[in-house]
Design a binder for this molecule. Structure first.
Ligand code: SAH
Ligand code: SF4
Length: 385
């Protein structure tokens, strides 16, 4: 089912205005203040205004200055000359039969990414993208077949949360019972290869005066950019998920090629050293179940051995096929036999129920049209947008 998206203020798309107006979404409070000072505001007033703007942007969800009623009328009228708080455009919004929603979000330069909301009874996770495409080429991942076009800015990362909350109508930031109660950095791209922008965006999302999402409700998934795992642990302290997917370097080199740079031993050492992990906050190890590749009982036992001394849980992901993929998902029996071995060794090992497969929103199925290829050839190659 496809929604028609109402158009935002036409002025927000006029290229000549976009070129001169600075978008405040994705700026820290200090950066907003500095932008105001650059336009002639005194330091003291800019600091106070920045606090108000931050509140309107992230606590109230305002997408126009005219809504910001605690700011003087004169300033509300003046701000749009130099600044904007416009959201990116939603070019499509699909809803799965299981309630999963997928947004295709288009940025000012025309590049697009996908974000996915996976609702549960009284909560839900928003799966956020960090890059247009991915430079890594994990052989089972659809996003990995895209050429990276570019990193997302902090504003573009935060904006995915803002447009999702607009759709779900979750403003002002509720204290509890949120439909977007968690964020998983598991969309398109490798978040740790765009660390600075991801860190800035997550700090804004965690800020207590705005969206105020606890670091305990944010999970960052990485294929194993080891040096950045250390930095992420020290600076952000969010939950960590590792796309492990194999128990030997030979197999992981093929599935997750960054393994050639940072092999399993080095990766697991970074996990052991991860400061935010403990028995209450375990590291999630994601393991995609690929028929005949990584799914034997011996693999399961080796996984248990590798995870010794790490506060870990295992997430078994049935492989989600995509047009042109070369793998087959392991059988149910194989997956459950694997899960039992890991579970019996004391690790929680749920099998992830694929969500949103009918709208290509499940793990590893995301891919947008933003490649350097001609769109027409890509449509033929994948049969989707
Ligand atoms: N780049 C990051 C985060 C995005 S991918 C990472 O790799 O961790 C989110 C998860 O989906 C990762 O664990 C990824 O390995 C997994 N995944 C990728 N393709 C998949 C597929 N076709 N089926 C199931 N899981 C897949
Ligand atoms: Fe990139 Fe993650 Fe896909 Fe690998 S699994 S290609 S790191 S998005």
């Amino acid at each position: 089912m496809e929604y028609l998206i109402p158009d935002v203020e036409a002025v927000d798309r006029q290229p000549e205005l976009l070129a001169i107006r600075k978008n405040l979404v994705g700026l820290t409070r200090d950066e907003i203040a500095a932008a105001l000072v650059a336009e002639g505001e005194t330091e003291k007033s800019a600091k106070m205004r920045a606090k108000q703007l931050f509140h309107w942007l992230y606590y109230r969800g305002a997408s126009e200055f005219s809504d910001m009623t605690s700011i003087s009328k004169e300033m509300r009228a003046r701000m749009p000359e130099k600044f904007t708080v416009a959201r990116p455009e939603i070019t499509s919004l699909l809803e799965s039969t299981d309630g999963t929603r997928k947004w295709l979000v288009k940025f000012e330069d025309g590049q697009e990414v996908e974000s996915v909301h996976i609702p549960e009874e009284d909560r839900g996770a928003l799966c956020v993208s960090s890059q247009v495409g991915c430079t890594l080429t994990c052989s089972f991942c659809h996003t990995g077949t895209m050429k990276l076009v570019r990193n997302l800015t902090a504003g573009e990362i935060v904006s995915q949360m803002l447009v999702a909350r607009d759709t779900i109508n979750e403003w002002p930031s509720p204290k509890g019972n949120r439909m977007i109660s968690n964020i998983v950095m598991m969309g398109m791209g490798e978040p740790l290869l765009n660390y600075d922008n991801v860190a800035k965006a997550l700090k804004i999302i965690m800020d207590g005066e705005g969206i105020s999402l606890s670091k305990r409700r944010i999970t960052l998934s990485t294929s194993g950019v080891v040096p950045k795992i250390y930095q992420c642990g020290e600076e952000l302290g969010v939950n960590l998920a590792i796309s492990l997917h194999a128990v030997t370097d030979d197999v992981r080199d093929i599935l997750v090629p960054i393994n050639k740079r940072h092999p399993i031993k080095e990766l697991l050492q970074a996990c052991k050293d991860y400061p935010a992990s403990n028995n209450a906050r375990r590291i999630t190890f994601e393991y995609v179940m690929l028929d005949g590749i990584n799914d034997t009982p011996a693999d399961a036992r080796e996984l248990v051995r590798l995870l010794k001394d790490i506060p870990a849980k295992v997430n078994l992901i049935p492989f989600n096929p995509w047009p042109g993929s070369n793998y087959i998902c392991s059988s149910n029996n194989t997956i459950h036999r694997f899960a039992k071995i890991v579970n019996d060794a004391g690790y929680s090992s749920p099998v992830r129920v694929p969500r949103g497969r009918d709208i290509m929103a499940a793990c590893g199925q995301l891919k947008s049209a933003s490649t350097k290829e001609r769109a027409s050839s890509r449509y033929q190659a994948t049969g989707r947008s």
